[in-house]
Design a protein around this ligand. Sequence first.
Ligand SMILES: Nc1ncnc2c1ncn2[C@@H]1O[C@H](COP(=O)(O)OP(=O)(O)O)[C@@H](O)[C@H]1O
Ligand SMILES: [Mg+2]
Length: 234
Amino acid sequence: MNLLEVSGVVAGYGETEILHGVSLAVEERQIVTVIGPNGSGKSTLLKSIFGLVPPQKGQVRFREEDITGMAPEKMVHKGLCYVPQSNNIFPSLSVNENLEMGAFIRTDDFHQRLEEVYRLLPDLAGRRRDNAGALSGGQRQMLALARALMLDPVLLLLDEPSAGLAPNLVNSVFEKILGINRAGVAIVLVEQNAREALGLSNWGYVLASGQNQLEDRGENLLKNPEVIKLYLGG
Ligand SMILES: Nc1ncnc2c1ncn2[C@@H]1O[C@H](COP(=O)(O)OP(=O)(O)O)[C@@H](O)[C@H]1O
Ligand SMILES: [Mg+2]
């Protein structure tokens, strides 16, 4: 059984159709990467899965339940979380306050979870009282991940978590993503750093002009001549 199953999703903005019938599947505990040129619809696909850009056609199923176009706050209750590429933290609040905000829908005592999240992302633990706006780019991305983790997700949708980071920080973000995955969280990863992302993925999709172009095991895509030429700078 697939954890997430996206089939034939058509979506766009106003009159403009961007996704022309995209499909994707994620099994429990997998990392699935989506690569593709700028403007191919990768971000739109994540928004469409998460109900921010509701599909006009097609279906999104989570644990066999039809969640197509469901309100994002309902999806969060089901274990789905989305981390947008930017504006994903509150810079004027402290790190700790950001995480408390992340837990806003929890009705239980979330302090145990707070400590677990700090254990997964120890760089943040030392900066609890600091303003999020004072963090480095890499630490901000960690904080955005941490906020999503406060809700104990089953599946995380991550839009370019390594965007704009220096190469040494890119690796540390990917290490953290792998750590989160090993803790049991399935991940859909949209990435420009295709080589690193495919390297840690079970499965990868290439999206082009709002359509599925190619899919295969991550390691096979890394060896695919077309993928090498177009996306791996090779
Ligand atoms: N909010 C929006 N309103 C109108 N068009 C948009 C919006 N966001 C993205 N687009 C358009 O949708 C297409 C796909 O964008 P996007 O999903 O962001 O691609 P990617 O993430 O692969 O770079 C682009 O042509 C972009 O200009
Ligand atoms: Mg994008």
